[in-house]
Design a protein around this ligand. Sequence first.
Ligand code: ATP
Ligand code: MG
Length: 452
Amino acid sequence: MGEVEFIEPRVVPRPQHPISRSLIDRNALKVLYRLHEAGFRALLVGGSVRDLMLGRQPKDFDVATDARPNEIRRLFRNARIIGRRFRLAHVLFKEGVIEVSTFRREPEPSEQAGGPDDLLITSDNAFGTPHQDAFRRDFTVNALFYDIADYSVLDYTGGLDDLEARLIRAIGDPDVRFREDPVRMMRACELAGRLGFGMERGTQEALHRQRGEITRAASARLAEELVQLLQCGRAGEALQWALDLGLLEVQLPEVYAMLTAGRRGLGDLGRILPVVDRMVASGRGFKDTVLLAALLLPSFLLQRYDRETAARRLLSRDELAALVAAVSEGFLERFALPKAKGHELRETLLSFADLCVVPRRESARRRAAAHPFFRQGLELFELLVEATGEGREELALWQAEAARQPRLQLVTTAAVDAAAEGEKAASRRRRSKRRRRRGTRAAAVGGEGQGS
Ligand code: ATP
Ligand code: MG
């Protein structure tokens, strides 16, 4: 794939595409111009070019260049080289980080994980040309470049046609690409859902064939992609793709249970996802733990219902705690959530469980509301009420209870915001770290905080 280095891309000159410099992040422009003026190639790449072509607001702006990491550092005082195995530069600005990476090429066979049949990539640090860099990206629509030299858009992989046709298509042999890095299967579903695109037939078939490989992906990267998927505003559609292609059953049996729970007469719990999407679309932000707990909600409710029916009584708090632990165990392991996150997720579910049966005594209600994760439990409860249309009175009651603790609320909200900010920064750091060892299994157990 990567031997041919002089292949000409399809070039779309400035007047024939919608990307105007006014739509590009100012800091990204600064980086592009500085590289260009120093005589290097300087291209905007990835999701930003894709989104700008579609008239969408990009999430972040990534730059690709033929400057080597140390050359980038010499050019920018505010640059940090990160990573050893996948070295790239972060150029730091007050408003955020611009990620600058040197063109990569596909790894050599000797750089694969195991024997000759093992395609899993373990090292991704060989520098290449723009053409090679395009071909190591995941999907054609993600491999477009915007060239600051003449403001043209460059297409090496057929991404423009696929944008036009609204199709997600793996670059190269989709079976190989999914085996190299199984996280791409999840990214395909997320992207198709997020953009409302279709998926090219060969890509769909390969995804279905390779779905079992998802268990080989680095757990922490899977968790990261899952949270992004849940926050993308079209999680319902993205997971529908995963369901249709058989990925969901392997990767998220809990959600599989959610989507098939309607049959059990508990109301359509699959409605939770559209509710999340609607709220996200209207600007509501959810903590990652609330979203992940929402995925476990149907499993938890079903099993609770079964046990309480069998026992003909309500479960005690200890029994509920044991049930929460049992329901979340496999999930926490599969996604290698850090201990603290696992704890938060279980406590959120447990606090939610407190809210399902409203105690008659005020003191008991106060106690439920004093749970450290009461607000997150309440958000889950709200999702359930919105999804099923039942329990509005109880919700109002708990919301009143929440409103009764204004001081606590202020403190809690501020603390949560601060924690979320720190968390975002940490997640950005982890994200880029992981990006450079894309395809490795190194990020497994423990996830957070032990990035390198
Ligand atoms: P978003 O809007 O979520 O930022 P994105 O496509 O930019 O979407 P990123 O995770 O920021 O996603 O990745 C940036 C680019 O890096 C992608 O567009 C793609 O070209 C490439 N990329 C990301 N993940 C992979 C992967 N697993 N395999 C190959 N290329 C990848
Ligand atoms: Mg991006």
